[in-house]
Ligand binder design. Structure first.
Ligand code: AMP
Ligand code: MG
Length: 424
């Protein structure tokens, strides 16, 4: 058996970031910048008002009440027709260009305009610079906007659009092919006969890859057949950046994925990783295409845990991401998490909840067997139990948070901090 970190090191070093490509901003969400972005112009591009109100000369408002002559209105998008002089004010809207002569804006709510609109009275002085957004105060032309390796969110796309950019150089979105192997698998929706099962792994892996924001290619399911596996690998290599298979990597006689992989890549690794579940794992790189193949075990929990521990980090690395892993947090065990020492790290499917005091507590989400996938479906985290006796109730346990959205606060009486500030 080899430690997980060693298996991971081998896999990551063989999965380098793909060559960058230029894409339209609209297609860049979730991708990682392969260039440093510099501001092409000042941001904001001109000095403008931060409020609806009146542009004034601060000096004219020192003595209050100050009565000023309103000489016009500037809407957002307009260019002021004249400068303001002593004793004058201009009605101005948020985002409108500040007229020459003005050095402060009084909020509309703090002023009193005469009915005919010719005069405004201010009851408090306006400080110099009040409610003004200065040209270049966010970014000056030439400033660093985002560093290379930034992962683009909606807000990043907004900033880049605000700078007038239409495309960016990014690490391309990966296309990942998924294949299930096993003579026991029946074709989708076909009636099962004795000894046969439906395919869980391919639909689950395709769904997880989509959830993780990659494009997927369904390579179907095939039997334990060397020629068929070889053929699908060759076809997959032509249209995918990586292949993920399940089944056929352990020590059984029908375990041919690793046999095929070994013939295609003599440097392939067939591993026994010191974890539970997800011990068997095969990894190789296809000749000429350089496409990595991740051979996951057939047991459904093992396949998905293996995906979390090895495939997902490798694909993120290929996608240019610097942060490869799910968040790791400390949680309190609500029950005993006892285990026996066996030289392996155990990953236990748990349901994690946030307590009223902010602490995270975990409980097992069902039977911890590598074929009972419902337990993982009911989990939102994996508890990490290093080799040893495990943890007792009330003790700290490290968890790998799989699903932030399902990390719910436990119901409680009265408003908690979330309901108080968001839902009122
Ligand atoms: P294997 O890794 O091929 O030895 O398979 C281990 C276990 O996983 C066996 O019980 C298989 O029937 C099961 N298995 C393999 N592939 C799948 C699959 N695609 N969906 C559900 N179970 C599978
Ligand atoms: Mg099999």
């Amino acid at each position: 058996m080899i430690p997980l970190r060693e298996a991971r090191k081998c896999v990551l070093s063989a999965c380098q970031p793909r060559s960058p490509d230029r894409v339209r901003l609209a297609e860049s969400l979730g991708l990682v910048l392969a260039e440093r972005i510099l501001a092409r112009n000042d941001q904001p591009p001109f000095t403008n008002s931060a409020m609806d109100g009146f542009a004034v000369r601060a000096e004219d408002t020192k003595v209050t009440p100050a009565r000023l002559r309103v000489i016009g209105t500037i809407m957002a998008g307009q260019v002021p027709s004249s400068a303001i002089g002593p004793g004058e004010a201009v009605r101005i809207m948020t985002g409108a260009l500040l007229p020459e002569g003005a050095d402060g804006v009084c909020m509309r709510e703090m002023s009193e305009m005469q009915e005919d609109g010719s005069t405004v009275v201010l009851h408090r002085p306006v400080a110099q610079g009040a409610n003004i957004r200065h040209k270049g105060e966010d970014l000056a032309s030439g400033d660093d906007v985002f560093l290379s390796r930034t992962r683009l969110t909606a807000a990043h796309i907004g900033v880049l659009s605000g700078l007038g950019l239409e495309s960016v150089l990014v690490y391309p979105r990966l296309r990942v092919g998924v294949l299930s192997t096993g003579d026991e698998l029946v074709r989708d929706a076909a009636a099962i006969s004795e000894g046969k099962i439906h395919d869980s792994n391919r639909p689950a892996l395709l769904a997880q890859l989509r959830a993780d924001d990659w494009d997927v290619v369904d390579l179907g399911q095939i039997g334990d057949d060397e020629a068929a596996i070889t053929e699908v690998f060759a076809a997959g290599a032509a249209g995918c950046d990586a292949l993920v298979t399940s089944g056929g990597v352990s020590k059984g006689e029908g375990d041919l994925v690793k046999v095929v992989l070994e013939k295609m890549d003599p440097a392939m690794m067939s591993m026994e990783i010191a974890v539970r579940p997800a011990r068997p794992f095969a990894f190789g790189v296809l000749p000429t295409s350089g496409v990595p193949v991740f051979g996951l075990p057939g047991n459904p929990v093992a396949a998905l845990v293996s995906y979390e521990l090895l495939v997902r980090p490798a694909l993120r690395h290929m996608s240019g991401m610097l942060n490869l892993d799910r968040p790791r947090l400390r949680a309190i065990a609500s029950e005993g998490f006892h285990r026996l020492p066996d030289g392996r790290v155990h990953f236990v499917c748990v349901r994690a909840t946030i307590q009223p005091d902010g602490a995270i507590r975990i409980e097992k989400s069902g039977q911890q067997k590598s074929h009972v996938l419902r337990t993982l479906a009911n989990a939102n985290a994996l508890a990490i139990l290093p080799d040893g006796p495990g943890a007792g109730s009330g003790e700290d346990v490290e968890i790998l948070l799989l699903d932030v959205e399902r990390l719910e606060a436990v119901p409680q009486r009265g408003p908690n901090f979330t309901s108080a500030c968001i839902t009122g």
